[in-house]
Ligand binder design. Structure first.
Ligand SMILES: Cc1cc2nc3c(=O)[nH]c(=O)nc-3n(C[C@H](O)[C@H](O)[C@H](O)COP(=O)(O)OP(=O)(O)OC[C@H]3O[C@@H](n4cnc5c(N)ncnc54)[C@H](O)[C@@H]3O)c2cc1C
Length: 665
């Protein structure tokens, strides 16, 4: 009897300890403050926590992070990858809304769409779809060509690598992936249906590869990589903050809503914020860094007198700097096409949310709950055969389920009759149907919108007008994307699963000819929604660029001691989801702030030392005045500014001398 009790006791203690270790997180948040800090970071989201970690590496500087939301440490539910959609519309979501849209969202109540954005430590990494995709070489080379010096693909790739802790070993290419960074990246789960997508992709001629590798040329088909480690979501808080909460020089304050940047004589000297109903102030000795996201950072600049003169004057806000804050809002949109199948191999809530899967998740980090909402594969396509486009314009994301948002109908603000038409036959059934969804995403939208204040009250949500589908080109691209999705569904591989296209039957489009472009346009204008990637409200550009708010060092033009370093600075949307690029922006920002001109230099030094060991450089070539070299033993593509840097390591017998070019690119 004693042995049985002892065994049961030991098992219980083991279970309790495992559970505790997996679901509890450190706490280290301050409610009392110093008078001043070297750096004040506004917003503890994806970007803010990168900066908190990197800037506080230097023990001599003091850093304060102010986050409006709570810590997520008491909400383990955010960590479960399959729960991603359920984290929306909770207290970790600002639940913004768009203004009524003229050209889109016709199927939504008052043409108003809901815009989730994360609130709490981790920001939108608390509730996002976990997809880790960097965008294309062309995105960044275009940024650089348009005046953002230092932001070309070759220059920013090392910052992607710096963030990453790649957990996969299969096909791991060290030129494009690395281990040991703060954010765990794993391949998503691989259901039986995911294998079939690959067959389908090959059938229609997609190149199957790593969309985060391949020299930044995304075109093709790939598994989805996601911010998952040990089966759990690796939020920015888990990756960047928790390991450094013990640093004495880093203070993190939650439930601290920043209401204004204090700017004196064109210099940011501190911030005002409200914590638990009390107004507080913190002074910045060096810089205030805004990382409050695309909505929050722009809103704060406007409240602080930085923005379009007319708009500020209208609201009675004294103008500190006349800049086009909020004038170039952009967002990606998505549209789902769905198919039923007759094999029981897709995800359904009934199959996923079982007691056994919860046990597997909590104790072993395995099972269906570790799937990021059934998002398993993706394709990047240049759909326009006539265009000279250098990168894809459509992303197809394959969800191995028919359920978009768990079992909720409310996420998109669709009218009741639309909800009925779209979801009743999926969620309102006793046996949930099997199938898959192809999410067609417009990754290079031409439509451009705006963000404006509604009042001087910092707690009033701003007017968010993405102006979706106002550019007719966007509709054409969407329809071409839908045709690709149809093409995939018609492959033998997917037909063999019994693929049956799920007809869309919604009021407003019934009179259109079935499957005509006109009918698809009608569907898209009614049903397409945000895919939650608003960006570009504080656009980066050359000092001379009248559309830019920050310069390529991310400094707000005309104001010293103030930077913006989050998703809002993107000059243009990247081709894919925006979290990985935001991590990269913040990694680079940390170095810009610290005066490090780029880890390109560090990488160069280590590559040169490898070359020294290898005794030679195998080959080199030039491109746009830059010199690239390969060492003999390992393939390492690095560029240097001058031939002199590599000359000592180039053997005399080697072909090519100064000035010789090679058409490698
Ligand atoms: C539902 C959803 C799904 C998504 N899915 C994906 C995906 O699968 N893959 C992907 O790559 N990207 C995805 N994204 C986008 C991605 O998460 C964001 O682009 C990224 O997190 C932006 O980082 P950020 O630092 O700019 O802003 P955020 O991460 O949103 O952080 C901003 C932080 O600032 C805080 N803040 C705002 N205002 C104030 C204030 N006045 N005072 C103090 N704090 C403030 C906020 O509370 C928040 O914590 C998704 C986003 C959402 C919302």
């Amino acid at each position: 009897m004693k042995t049985v009790v002892a065994t049961l006791l030991t098992i219980s203690v083991a279970i309790a300890t495992t559970y505790y270790l997996r679901v509890t997180k450190p706490d280290g948040f301050v409610r009392s403050f110093n008078q001043s800090y070297d750096y004040i970071i506004v917003g503890g989201g994806a970007a803010g926590l990168v900066l908190a970690n990197r800037l506080s590496e230097d023990a001599d500087v003091t850093v304060l992070v102010l986050e409006a939301g709570k810590s997520e440490s008491d909400k383990p539910i955010y960590d479960v990858p399959y729960n991603a959609p359920k984290a929306q519309m909770t207290e970790a979501d600002w639940i913004y809304r768009t203004v009524p849209q003229k050209h889109a969202q016709w199927g939504m109540k008052n043409n108003v769409g809901i815009w989730p954005q994360g609130k709490g430590l981790g920001g939108s990494t608390l509730l996002n779809g976990l997809v880790y995709i960097r965008g294309s070489r062309h995105d960044y080379d275009t940024w650089a060509a348009n005046g953002c010096e230092g932001w070309s693909y070759d220059e920013i790739l090392p910052y992607f690598l710096k963030t990453e802790d790649m957990r996969e070993t299969d096909g791991f290419d060290e030129e494009y992936h690395s281990r040991g960074g703060p954010i765990a990246i794993s391949d998503t789960t691989k259901s039986e249906i995911a294998d079939v997508y690959f067959e389908a992709a090959k059938e229609i001629g997609f190149k199957v590869h790593d969309c985060n590798g391949n020299d930044g040329i995304q075109d093709g088909f790939c598994r989805v990589q996601a911010i998952i480690g040990e089966g759990q979501r690796c939020t920015a808080a888990r990756g960047f903050l928790h390991p450094v909460l013990g640093r004495d020089n880093l203070h993190v304050a939650i439930e601290s809503h920043v209401t204004k940047v204090v700017i004196e004589n064109k210099r940011a000297v501190g911030v005002e914020f409200i914590q638990q109903g009390r107004k507080k102030h913190a002074a910045a000795k060096r810089e205030v860094i805004l990382t409050a996201g695309t909505v929050g950072s722009a809103q704060l600049l406007l409240l602080s007198g930085v923005g379009p003169k007319d708009h500020l004057t209208e609201l009675g806000i004294p103008v500190v700097a006349d800049l086009p804050v909020g004038s170039t809002l952009r967002d990606h949109m998505m549209f789902f096409v769905k198919a039923d199948i007759d094999k029981p191999i897709s995800y359904t809530s009934a199959k996923v949310f079982t007691p056994l899967n919860w046990l597997k998740y909590y104790f072993f980090g395995t099972g269906l709950l570790t799937s990021n909402a059934a998002i398993e594969s993706q394709a990047f396509v240049r759909t326009d055969p006539d265009s000279q486009a250098k990168s894809p314009d459509i992303q197809l994301t394959l969800f191995s389920t028919l359920e978009e948002h768990g079992d909720s109908f409310d996420h998109f603000n669709y009218k009741d009759e639309i909800n009925e038409a779209l979801f009743r036959s999926i969620h309102g059934t006793e046996v949930m149907p099997e199938g898959y969804s192809i999410d067609v995403v417009l990754i290079q939208p031409k439509s451009k919108g705006s963000l404006r204040l509604v009042s001087r009250d910092p707690f009033d949500y701003p007017l968010l007008d993405p102006n979706y589908l106002s550019d007719a080109e966007d509709i054409k691209t969407f329809i071409r994307g839908i045709r690709y999705a149809q093409k995939m569904m018609k492959t033998d591989a997917l037909k063999n699963l019994g693929t049956k296209f799920r007809e869309i039957d919604i009021p407003g489009c019934r009179e259109k000819t079935p499957d005509s472009d006109e009918q698809w346009e009608c569907f898209v204008r009614h049903l397409a929604t945000t895919i939650y990637h608003p960006a570009s409200t504080c656009k980066m550009g050359a000092l001379s660029d009248p559309t830019a708010v920050v310069d390529p060092q991310l400094r707000v033009k005309g104001i010293s001691g103030l930077r913006v370093a989050d998703c809002s600075v993107m000059p243009n949307l990247t081709s894919g989801n925006t979290m990985a690029p935001t991590f990269m922006i913040a990694e680079k920002a940390a170095d810009l702030i610290r005066g490090i001109t780029g880890i390109k230099r560090q990488k160069l030094i280590s590559e040169l030392s490898r070359a020294r060991k290898a005794k030679s450089i195998a080959s080199y070539w030039t491109n746009d005045g830059r010199i690239f070299f390969k060492v003999t033993m390992e393939s390492a593509k690095v560029f240097v500014k001058s031939y002199d840097d590599i000359a000592p390591y180039v053997p005399h017998s080697e072909e090519g001398g100064p000035g010789q070019t090679d058409s490698f690119f």
